[in-house]
Write a protein that binds this ligand. Sequence first.
Ligand code: TEU
Ligand code: CA
Length: 560
Amino acid sequence: MEQKKTWWKESVIYQIYPRSFCDSNGDGIGDLKGITGKMDYLKELGIDVIWLSPIYRSPNDDNGYDISDYRDIMKEFGTMEDFDEMLCTAHEHGIKIVMDLVVNHTSDEHAWFVESRKSVENPYRDYYIWREGKNGKEPNNWGSCFSGPAWKWDEATQMYYLHMFSEKQPDLNWDNPKVRDEVFDMMTWWCEKGIDGFRMDVISMISKAEGLPDGEEKGGLYGDWGPYVCNGPHVHEYLQEMNRRVLSQYDLLTVGETSGVTVEEAKKYASLSGKELNMVFQFEHMDLDCGPLGKWCDRKIRLPELKQVMSKWQNELYGVAWNSLYWCNHDQPRIVSRLGNDNPKYREKSAKMLATCLHMLQGTPYIYQGEELGMTNVPFPDASALRDIESINALKENTEAGFADYETMFRYILYKGRDNARTPMQWDDSAQAGFTDGTPWIMVNPNYTEINAKEQRQREDSVFHYYQKLIRLRKEHDIIVYGSYVLHMPEDESVYLYERVLEGEKLLVLCNFTDAEAAFTLPEGWSGREEVLIANEAEEKPLEARKLRPYEAVVLRKSE
Ligand code: TEU
Ligand code: CA
C-alpha cells in the first residue's frame, strides 16, 4: 500500500514533564530555563519533537493539568520570555515544540469559572456543566477519575458542577459555541507564536451524552460513565470544526489523548484523510494489567495478550489511520519495572529489548524523559513521599471503602502510581541527581548514582546510546516508518516475533520478554544469517543454531 510521507510520521517525540526535568534556579522545581539548557542533550539523543506537559499558569492541583490562564506561564516555570527563548533555542536545534492542550476542563481558578460560579445569569455560566441535584444528591452516579463523585456542590448558586477529574478541574461545556470560539482563539494565538503542534489532553471526553445518564453499577462506588463520556455524540464534529478553523491553517503535529478509544473510533480521530487529528494516543495495551480496582493492581501482563492488542492496532490502522507508540508517559509507571526487569542484572538488557520491540513498530514513537536511561520505578518509603493527587486520593478511598487493605493498596501504588514517572530526571551522580541545587519537590530515585545521563553518555553500550541508534535507524530505513506488519508465534509466552515488509525489503524483529532462554521458529524465507540491524547483545552463534538469550532483542534485515 502506497503511503503518503509526512514529517510527523517520521518523527520521534520526547516528552518532558517540566516540573521534574531540570531546575535552573534551585527552588526544587524544574523550569523552562532548565529545559533550554538541556537542548544539546536532546539534540545528541536525536529526537525531533518535544511534547511539553503543561507550562501554563496553574494552581497545581494536578501539576499543571488544571489551567487558570492559557496565555500565561506557570510562575514556578518562569516567564513568557523564558518560553520564547526555549522555543527559539529548540528551533535552532531543529527540534519542534508540541504543547499540551488541556481543554476538557480548566482550573476552578480560571477567570471563566470564577465568573461562572457567581450566578446563574452570569454570561460565563454555560461555559461549564451545572445541574440541579437529584433527590438531595448528585445529579447522577458518575465518579471522578481522582476518587469521590464527579460533582461538586456549590453554595453560591445551590447547584452542582461536573468535574471528571479533581474538584479543582471543572469540565468545560463544549456544546456552548462560545467555549469553542475561546478555545480555538487561544490555540490560534499559540500557533501564531510559532509552536509546532498540540497534544490534546483527554480530548475523547469533551462531548458528554445528552441528559448525562446514570452509569451502569458494577460493584464499585460509582456508575460506569465510559459510554456517556468517552467518544461522545459530538466529539468528531467539534474536532472537525477545530481542524477547519485552526489546525488546517498551520503545519502542525496533532495527537489526541483518547482514553476509551476503539480501533473503529481511532479511524475517525486519526484518519489519514486528515479531517481531525494526525494520530491517537490510546491505552489498550496499558490497560491490560487492570483488575477489579481498575489500574490499582499488580498483575503482570501476559505476553500473548500484549501481542494481540499491539497487533490489532498495527494491522487495523495500517494505511487508514495513525497511532502513537509508547510504553511510558507521566501517568504510567516505568516500563522496565512493569514489562522488563529492573534488577541490575537485566535492567539495561530488558530496557533495550523493550525499546527495540516498540521502535520497530509502525507509528510515531514517544520517549518519556528518563526512559532513554532505563529509569525505574521508585521505592517510595511511605505515603508521605507521594505527591500525586490520584494516588493519595485512591489510597484513602479504597482503604476506607474496604476494597483493599493499606499494605495492598500501597503496594499497588508502588507498582502503578504516576509518581514513579515524576521523580527528577537523573542527570549525574551528584546530590539530587544533578536535577536541582535545592530540595526537590518530590524525592529523587536513590538509584541515580548508577542510573544517570552523564555516565550513560560516556559509555558506548548504554541504554542512552541504544535509543540514539534506534532513532537514527528510523531515519535511515523507510521500512520502519512505512512497512506493513506480520506477527508470528502469537501464542508464545516468551518471544515477541514480527516482520515488517516494504516492497522488496523485510525486517525480522525478535524479542525475548523473559529472564530464561527462549526457543523460536524462524519464519519462512529467513536463514538467521541476514544483516543484523541492531541487537542488544554481542553476536554469538548465528541465530538459527540457538535460542534467544534472556531479554535478548535482535533485528534482522534483508532485501530481495
Ligand atoms: O490523563 C487522562 C487520563 O486518561 C487519566 O485518567 C489517566 O489515565 C490517569 O492519569 C492514569 O492513572 C490526562 C493527563 O495525562 C493526566 O496527567 C491528567 O491528570 C488528566 O488528563 C487530567 O487532566
Ligand atoms: Ca526552578
